[in-house]
Design a protein around this ligand. Sequence first.
Ligand code: SF4
Ligand code: SF4
Ligand code: SF4
Ligand code: FES
Length: 949
Amino acid sequence: MTLLSDPRGLSPIRDGIGEPDFGTPKSTSDVTVTLTIDGSPVSVPAGTSIMRAAGESGCSIPKLCATDSLEPFGSCRMCLVEIDGRKGTPASCTTPVEEGMVVRTQTAKLGKLRRNVMELYISDHPLECLTCAANGDCELQDMAGVVGLRDVRYGYEGENHLGAVKDQSNPYFDFDSSKCIVCNRCVRACDQIQGTLALTIEGRGFNSKVSPGGLNFLSSECVSCGACVQACPTGTLEEKSVIELGMPTRTVQTTCAYCGVGCTFNAELRGDELVRMVPAKTGGANEGHSCVKGRFAFGYASHKDRILSPMIREKITDEWTEVSWDEAITYAATKFKEIQAKYGDNSIGGVTSSRCTNEEIFTVQKMIRTAFGNNNVDTCARVCHSPTGFGLSSTFGTSAGTQDFKSVGKSDVILLIGANPTDAHPVFGSRLKRRLRQGAKLIVVDPRKIDLVESAHVKADHHLQLQPGTNVAVINALAHVIATEGLADKNFIAERCDNEAFDRWMKFISLPENSPEVVEAQSGVPAEELRKAARLFATSGNGAIYYGLGVTEHSQGSTMVMGMANLAMATGNIGREGVGVNPLRGQNNVQGSCDMGSFPHELSGYRHVSDDAVREQFETLWDVKLLPEPGMRIPNMLDNAISGEFRGMFVHGEDIAQSDPNTKHVMAALEAMDLVVVQDLFINETAKFAHVFFPGTSFLEKDGTFTNAERRINRVRPVMAPKNGKQEWQIISELATAMGYPMHYDNAAQIMDEIAAITPTFKNVSFELLDRVGSLQWPVNDAAPQGTPIMHVNGFVRGKGLFVETPFVPTEERANRKFPLLLTTGRILSQYNVGAQTRRTANSTWHQEDVLEIHESDAQMRGIVDGQKVAISSRIGETVMRAEVSARVPAGVVYTTFHHPISGANVITTEFSDWATNCPEYKVTAVEIRPADSSQDATNSLDDVLMKA
Ligand code: SF4
Ligand code: SF4
Ligand code: SF4
Ligand code: FES
């Protein structure tokens, strides 16, 4: 068999697919250097490598160990060049350009040297290009052609690695070390891009080989981010999907639909079949990186469980009947109208989904405000980040984070509160780790010892391991130290903030009740540790705050957001790179669902429905009268369903029966309604209570936009036609029309045009602009036509920054004799939210069930051993899980994830919620744990669990 290659170094089947690789990272220097390469003048920023300068000028130099996502390494010797006045043939990847340098990249001498190097590689390489999965996307193959290798003088008989055993343990990629050229790209990718340091080179010289440590990839530290697979220049690390389906032939660029990072991907297809997702280097949020979910866990979109036809049923105990779209839409519309005729206009409402596009969400809230004729629209963002909107708009004037993700690269000290980015926002987590390895300081505020407290090459300077529910006390203590020790930024406060409010706040925060010594007793965090952390934050340069649901999902969630805003203002950490207050949003489009007017009191762009001028604009555009009073929030709709006044609900892509607190109450409310319409991919827990099921589209079929945690509006492009036959905004428009409000769009771009026309922060946004520039961070308007990476640069959006007093009020949910432990919840890397998607992929390899982490002393006291099934009871209900005795949680605190419906973690969460926004208090539930009875089984169905609740 021969080594196949295209003499141009290009593979014919892959022309136009993939992104250019300039070999070494781009230099950001402002200084320009001019040199001559192969007779032509080339000007590049100082610090650029000769390899990159040549590549950018259209003259590419052969390479193997270099790739532009990694620092140069200089091991393969393929990229040699000649430089006038210099001895030898330096590697162009490791040699920076110099003014006046004269470089030759193609000479007979260089050609010979490169062929010699290639000969050595190929003499120890399986010659099976024709049957190799990498055929057509292999740099070794390409380079053999580029250097004109025709034969191997050494023969193929000598000592070699051809018999190396393949490691196929990872569910998504294989490792065939017989094809490895030990260029170190995978090892460096794992170190530099992902920051997991799972790979090493074992052995020396001929015996050196890449090793994941341990037995194989699956049992190693590897988190399956795929960065090494992407970096591998050969078929050594290869996606199983490519091995099975063949090399892709076309690309569509789109956005991940999992977390709020919003990674841009090139979806690579072969015909109509999606072969792999390759993170795009041009992606503003991810810059070529991804996590295991976005890169590999897309199989749910074609899972056999997906419902593709509309279905109806009279009663929830009846079997479903498949019907035509017309029949389903007419049925739902007629029933909604009947309910309104009988029980009044206010008797129906709906929920939008943060999983869906801005365009879909906008049409749902529009349908409710126009066709339903009320403001009974709420969003699942209610249960995650509604306090962010309230807290940041009260203090700064905008309901969104202040920075772009890149900004963390300029932070000197990072205060991470109630967030676990390496699991929940992995690509941001990798950025953060990169910055920490460069020397930034880290303060972690979390009841649990998350990975960032201590992992490979990362150690937090302070871990403030507080009792769940005491965030506000701790943030006040940090601010108290800053205020009373003269560490506040007086100039920033005087110029940028409301000084009267600041004076009031100073008095409040300086009170002894906010001192670390008092807070130690409330939170369990030693006073000295609080003082040291506060001083570190105030005096280390750029201080940035990042936070997650561990802040918002509390009865004082909104207070805590304001407390963090106070701290940022007090230390002058707002309005430039490296600082800010940054929510790590849970779902892909939490920001967008809030922006689009999903809350009952707000129209798009966070404008109150009671504002006559704003309402008038919408009334004119939509040709309808709108109500000036806010509608019902989700909890009100559910309560009123139980009391019989609320009778019909449209649930858009959200599983409230699993994701909302106090499952028993939610289910009772759903059961009480006359009509529940669910639009989703799968029959989820909520759909079990539905009378109409509209099949939805997966992100691979959607056309629209998502807005990520940094306000970045990313395009979601259809990779394939909707499997259900309709875009979701079409279904919604047809339902609105059937209810008597004509709604029609020809395409999703028209919906964005309408959003832009009526929403000041989106004024200049259009699909055409997004397609041209890639992505934009709102506000995008005449003052900021290219968007706004950093907010509040020259002044706060509200004018002066507002300090707000934030007294600590302990939650009513307390540990007591009956329920002595505090349960808190979180996420794991491989699974996502209620698991509807990830549980339908090979990601379940890593997390087959939710487990309960419990401290050794609490376990021992209760006679519980690791791996044992335990019953967890709160005053709301009881469920069963497997215990994991863990040093991650302190005594008195237990922790679980909520990815599996059978464990029904929300069966036990309580009705308490944030005082301002009703965001549920998921993070604090008083519980007791005991060994489960033999009759109790974690594999009970949720219904069974509820029966016991
Ligand atoms: S990795 Fe595969 S395609 Fe590349 S040179 Fe080796 S056998 Fe050929
Ligand atoms: S998949 Fe990611 S974590 Fe695993 S070895 Fe490769 S780079 Fe490292
Ligand atoms: S980090 Fe978030 S957005 Fe990026 S690939 Fe992972 S889940 Fe998707
Ligand atoms: S690409 Fe320069 S030494 Fe390998």
